[in-house]
Design a protein around this ligand. Structure first.
Ligand code: HEM
Length: 446
């Protein structure tokens, strides 16, 4: 895996536009460009963006690593591959320093304190709440055969209610529309800020800084109100919901509790990270099942016997083809070699489930939707599949998300047949991978 830097080769890659490099191609079709790059250049590909030569602000290489061995190296050696100058720094300006965006000792303390709340055993206690909410969204539809629905709207409503009830022990239906309105604004502002070559401090009163400050203030106002209501209802820390557990949580090494500001930032992270990804992943999976009626019937039949193994496999296969977190970004802190190629210090390094989940060496006939890939013994390397990342910064909500997704899919399939054969699924790679609009399906009552 790692060889001596001096003997390593230069990373190959496409050249692109003479002045702008690969910037236009990546901007116009990011997912298609990185998949082409992999097919043409292999497991490690460099994309030059900006002028052929010049200071970092106008000329840089971004290296994509696609082989599981290389991904292992990138995700599990944070001292070499840090999150400096990544999208997380921008996200931090928007949602504060919760677990997703914090760094160093602060992150370590938060992770140690929160980890016990997310073990498979603890998460399993939410299954009833999830089943309740799944029944509620499926019942609410009260559809007649042949109705056309937007699956994405359905999954968003479900995911927001589940995370709301898991966090606060109550539904937060009144704030759901407000938070949903903020989501795209936040995404657009974050993207605009990410593409700024010179990032002015947010304290400068530019129109964009003022909009960002406005969005932050609205978010905090919503979260503070929910926390205050929750505390006035029960006194705060005795309950089984996540907020109660956040108040009660102690760092296992120091015994320290989380500060109120920390709790507020965690709540915001869980509301955002916990709903966007799950709802998109579910909508993608439902769309795929709707295109493959024979697979869907098998999944529904097995789920009907109370066995959720195939439902879970369908969700995993859905996230193989449409990983909600389609790429992750790191920065090399020193010169390093990956798969025989030299990567200089200060290079942006990307690992992309979108590409590796289609690596033909590990996924024969990669575009075929086949949940069977996730049944029984699986002989593939750990990082051939990594929708939840890996290493120390892997997703803390993995078990929660998988359970939540399996529960809704089972409930929907028990009642309806999904048909998407005449629909096209268009996706947009923003902070996460999202449907470009409605995910339409015709549902028929079973
Ligand atoms: C299908 C659903 C989900 C997917 C695909 C997903 C994916 C990911 C990935 C890939 C990362 C790591 C990013 C990186 O290394 O740069 C991550 C981190 C994280 N996720 Fe998730 N996630 C999902 C659901 C959830 C849920 C339900 C929650 C909370 C209830 C959650 C909370 C978090 C947090 C807090 C982190 C940061 C962890 C840390 O840095 O220590 N996620 N997620």
């Amino acid at each position: 895996m790692t060889t001596q830097v001096s003997k390593a080769a230069t990373v190959p890659g496409p050249t692109g536009h003479p002045l702008l490099g690969m910037l236009p191609a990546l901007r116009d079709d990011l997912l298609g460009s990185i998949l082409n790059g992999f097919h043409e250049h292999g497991d490690v590909v460099a994309y030059h963006v900006g002028l052929p030569r010049g200071p970092r602000a106008v000329s840089a290489d971004v290296v994509n690593v696609h082989h599981p061995d290389g991904i292992h190296q990138v995700l599990t050696t944070p001292q070499v591959f840090s999150r400096r100058a990544s999208a997380y720094e921008i996200l931090r300006e928007f949602i504060g320093e919760g677990l997703l965006t914090s760094e160093g000792d602060r992150w370590l303390r938060q992770r140690r304190t929160l980890q016990p709340l997310f073990t498979p055993h603890r998460v399993g206690r939410y299954v009833e709440l999830m089943a309740d909410e799944a029944a509620r969204v499926v019942d609410d539809m009260a559809l007649t055969t042949g109705s056309v629905v937007d699956l994405y709207q359905l999954t968003q409503r479900y995911a927001m209610r589940v995370v709301g009830r898991a966090l606060f022990g109550d539904d937060i239906d009144d704030v759901v529309p407000r938070l949903q309105e903020l989501m795209p604004i936040l995404g657009d502002l974050a993207l605009a800020r990410a593409l700024q070559v010179v990032k002015l401090p947010l304290s400068w009163p530019t129109p964009r800084s003022r909009r960002i400050a406005g969005v932050r203030a609205t978010q905090y106002e919503i979260v503070d109100r929910i926390i205050a209501e929750r505390q006035s209802r029960t006194g705060g820390d005795e309950h089984e919901d996540m907020l109660g557990r956040l108040f009660a949580a102690r760092d296992p090494e120091t015994g320290q509790a989380l500060s109120v500001a920390d709790i507020r930032d965690q709540v915001l992270v869980f509301l955002l990270a916990g709903h966007e990804t799950t709802s998109a992943g579910l909508a993608f999976t439902m769309h795929l099942l709707g295109r493959h009626p024979e697979v869907q019937e098998r999944v529904a039949a097995e789920s009907g016997t109370g066995n959720s193994e195939l439902v879970r496999a369908a969700v995993m296969e859905g996230m193989r083809l449409y990983p909600p977190v389609y790429s992750m970004e790191r920065m090399s802190e020193s010169d390093i070699t990956i798969s025989g190629y030299r990567i200089p210090a200060n290079t942006k390094v990307i690992v992309a489930p979108w590409v590796t989940h289609r690596h033909p060496q590990f996924w024969p006939d990669p575009e075929r939707f086949d949940p069977g890939r996730f049944l029984g013994r699986q002989e593939r390397p750990r990082y051939a599949y990594f929708p939840f990342g890996g290493g120390p910064r892997s997703c803390i909500g993995e078990h929660f998300a998988l359970l939540e997704m399996t529960v809704l899919l089972s409930a929907l399939l028990a009642r309806y047949r999904i048909d998407t054969r005449t629909e096209r699924l268009a996706v947009v790679p923003r902070v996460t991978l999202r449907p470009a609009g409605e995910v339409r399906a015709t549902l028929t009552v079973r």
